[in-house]
Design a protein around this ligand. Structure first.
Ligand code: NAD
Length: 437
């Protein structure tokens, strides 16, 4: 099929590349000319495992191309995907300006029956809104379909190629058939394709993200209790995760969730509830829990230094909101850095992939390192913010010799308490008992 993907970020680039990999002819459109120029050369703007290789291979096979021109992009398209940003807007509602602007532009460009598929996360009613914008000015045939995306950054290609399910929101038989054909390489392998009405498809995405965010927030509250009661949250995770009804995933306590999706989607769902006169108490509580959790380690850090952090050198390992990505949107690292800057701390940071993105925000306010051990040399303490594998596998003895004080504040529970005791660290983690020296 001839496919166009508008917006070439995490979702758009992965969608376009994976659909090209399945044999479709894909054109990706983006307004950022620098991004498009680089993509044409196979240089991708984000870090995502296996993506670069797949982009290069599909460009070579002439299955994947890039343009800044919407006219050229949609000329031959049978299906046009929207993978446009929907950042938080006023009062927490999703900002639909990108999606609605492109919809307006399409009205003068469509020439034949086209299926417009929205992959952006949008509030209930947006599919119908796009439909009515286009219908006002375009007399030809078209359908607008909701097709929320569930890929995870860090494993986006694998998730797209092997999804748990595909959700399609449409009331059009014609569009349904085209979507079934497009996704047939996936459904052939037994992946369920769930066809539902547009509103339910849109709400499914918010329900999924909010539910997952709630699991994390719940474990963080259990962690708070553990710290007060002398229990260990990692044991509780095992104890409850064995129950099929609960499941093993998303039960890690830590310094909160971030990223481009959970925080904004949770707030947008709360906004939708408010607009519809529903007081969604669970969502309100989980937002509050997560805000506190992001700076949870600042208190024990301060108390370790007798409430005086001015001039202390603190190292941060991890800046990305989670491992295997360079994305720092709403990352806990931002909240930790801001809190430390307020305390007058000298901050030294290291992340395998996200440093360049953090540099754009903090410039010369903090010091950047390209090696994890250099970042902790002579630091008064280390805060672990992201659970990258290279931190889990770090040489504990070496950490002890490089740090000025053997103090680790671990926001991701990556080290074993016994090991920390053995190596005589002051080690504070989340929902587990402190190791003190
Ligand atoms: P992104 O910011 O990484 O990418 C958006 C891209 O759209 C950018 O490259 C930008 O230059 C481009 N763009 C903006 N305006 C444009 C226009 N008028 N024409 C063409 N291109 C334009 O965003 P993302 O993370 O890929 O997210 C896209 C949508 O998918 C959002 O609604 C998000 O909530 C949703 N989503 C994201 C994820 C994720 O993990 N990132 C997962 C599921 C769903």
């Amino acid at each position: 099929m001839n496919i166009t993907v508008i917006g070439t970020g995490y979702v758009g680039l992965v969608t376009g590349t994976c659909l090209a990999e399945k044999g479709n002819k894909v054109i990706c459109v983006d307004i950022d000319p620098k991004k498009v120029k680089n993509l044409e050369k196979g240089i991708i703007p984000i870090y995502e495992p296996n993506l670069q290789e797949m982009v290069i291979q599909n460009i070579a096979k002439k299955k994947l191309s890039f343009t800044t021109s919407l006219i050229d992009g949609i000329k031959n398209a049978k299906v046009v995907f929207f993978a446009l940003p929907t950042p938080p807007g006023e009062g927490g509602s999703a900002d639909l300006s990108y999606v609605l602007d492109v919809s307006k532009q399409l009205t003068s460009l469509l020439q034949k029956y086209t299926v417009i598929v929205n992959k952006s996360t949008v509030p209930v009613g947006t599919t119908h809104k796009i439909q009515s914008i286009i219908r006002k000015k375009y007399n030809g045939g078209f359908d607008v379909v909701s097709n929320p995306e569930f890929l995870k950054e860090g494993s986006a290609v694998a998730d797209f190629m092997n999804p748990d399910r595909i959700v399609i929101g449409t009331s059009s038989k014609k569009a349904k058939k085209i979507m079934e054909e497009l996704y047939s390489p996936f459904t052939k392998k037994g992946v369920p394709l769930l066809v539902m009405d547009e509103c339910s498809a849109e709400l499914t995405k918010y329900a999924a993200n909010t539910f997952l965010a709630m699991k994390i927030a719940f474990m963080n509250e259990i962690a708070q209790l553990c710290e007060r009661l002398g229990a260990d949250v990692s044991l509780i995770k095992e104890g409850i995760g064995q129950d099929d009804r609960i499941g093993k995933k998303f039960l890690n306590a830590g310094i909160g969730f971030g990223g481009s999706c959970f925080p904004k989607d949770v707030i947008a769902l709360l906004h939708t509830a408010k607009q519809n006169n529903y007081d969604f108490k669970l969502v309100k509580a989980l937002i509050e829990v997560n805000q506190h959790q992001k700076i949870h380690l600042i208190k024990p850090l301060k108390s370790y230094f007798k409430n005086y952090l001015v001039g202390k050198k603190i190292a941060l390992w991890g800046l990305a909101y989670k491992p295997e990505t360079d994305d720092i949107r709403e990352a806990p690292s931002l909240y930790v850095i801001n809190a430390l800057l307020e305390e007058g701390v000298d901050i030294q940071v290291y992340d395998p992939k996200a440093t360049e993105n953090i540099k754009k925000i903090y410039k010369d306010k903090i010091t950047y390192f390209t090696n994890k051990y250099d970042a902790i040399k002579d630091a008064d303490a280390l805060i672990i913010v992201t659970e990258w594998k290279e931190f889990k596998n770090a040489d504990i003895k070496k950490i002890g010799t490089l740090l000025h004080h053997k103090a680790i504040f671990d926001g991701r529970n990556i080290y074993d308490l016994q090991t920390m005791k053995k190596h005589k660290f002051h080690y504070i983690s989340i929902g587990r008992q402190p190791v003190t020296i």
